[in-house]
Design a protein around this ligand. Sequence first.
Ligand code: CUA
Length: 351
Amino acid sequence: MRRAQRNLWGRTGGHVGLLAILAATAVLVASCSDSPASRNPPSSLDFQGEGSSIIGQEWWVQFALGSTVFLVVLGLLGFIVFRQLRRPVDLSVDMQEDPRWLNWIWIGGIAVPLVIISVVFAFSVRSMVALGESDEPEVLTVQVVGHRWWWEVIYPEQDFRTANEIRVPVGERVRVEVTSEDVIHSFWVPQVHGKIDMIPGQTLSTVLEANAPGSYRGICAEFCGLQHARMHFMLVAMPPDRFDQWLERERQQASEPQDDLAQRGQDVFLNSTCVYCHQIRGTAASGGVGPDLTHVASRLTLAAGTLENNPGNMAGWIVDPQRIKPGALMPPAELTGEDLQALLAYLRSLE
Ligand code: CUA
């Protein structure tokens, strides 16, 4: 075995190989942490919602039981080894003749596991019931549609659409209805709630409740193709009065361009291929394939959590989305420098 390893790597080859792997890992880790959403990765042990708290209790009970069993078995194993070393016992004894040995199997192998598994099962059923339907009404319904690779977010009662950002009032029950436009995705905000599958042609729903104000990163938890790892969203839990203000602003149509540059930008937008995929409410652009851009400037991220939403990133995204997110459905825009500046001025004005 050792010889085979040496042949494979050589003495120094082993070190070089290890260094290469470490360097490659460092590059990978560095390139993975460039998106704003991944800068504060959510811990699924940081419970900030009703659903995640129930899942958290379940997690800790299972962890405690599992660890206890693991430690007891390790202890017994150690005990046997040391005892055998100090005072060897004849292990070839026939178990049928000595019931003391058989008791270990009855108690340790059958009775104790049965009790532990029953406890885990009962606790899991309790969690499932707690996570299930409740008589308490929800204050709001949000529909989320999975796309490769972004999230369409619809507020049906308020009649508007946004993308990659779900805002909810803190401490309130919010019904989330999910489906998918293309392949199976999975909706997951680890700090707030468990996962729910997004299946094409089917609508599933769950109820979310965030216990503390804050921005919680949501991720796609089902492999869905090339940019699965860049399919994030933010769940923003806001105090109810600020949430109402946000809702009021989002419901409104896009603001009219305030200066010549923005006006030219709007013309660029309306005369380019952008309009086939994007909607800006209040203008002739009514495409439904890509994200609604009516209030794009006020969003936290671009390209589903891939980029921070600032002018430079927006320009980069418009000019060459394939470089940032290869495989995304958005084609590059061919614009002159001046048209791009004007378009940016317009899009940045869409607060
Ligand atoms: Cu969508 Cu993974």
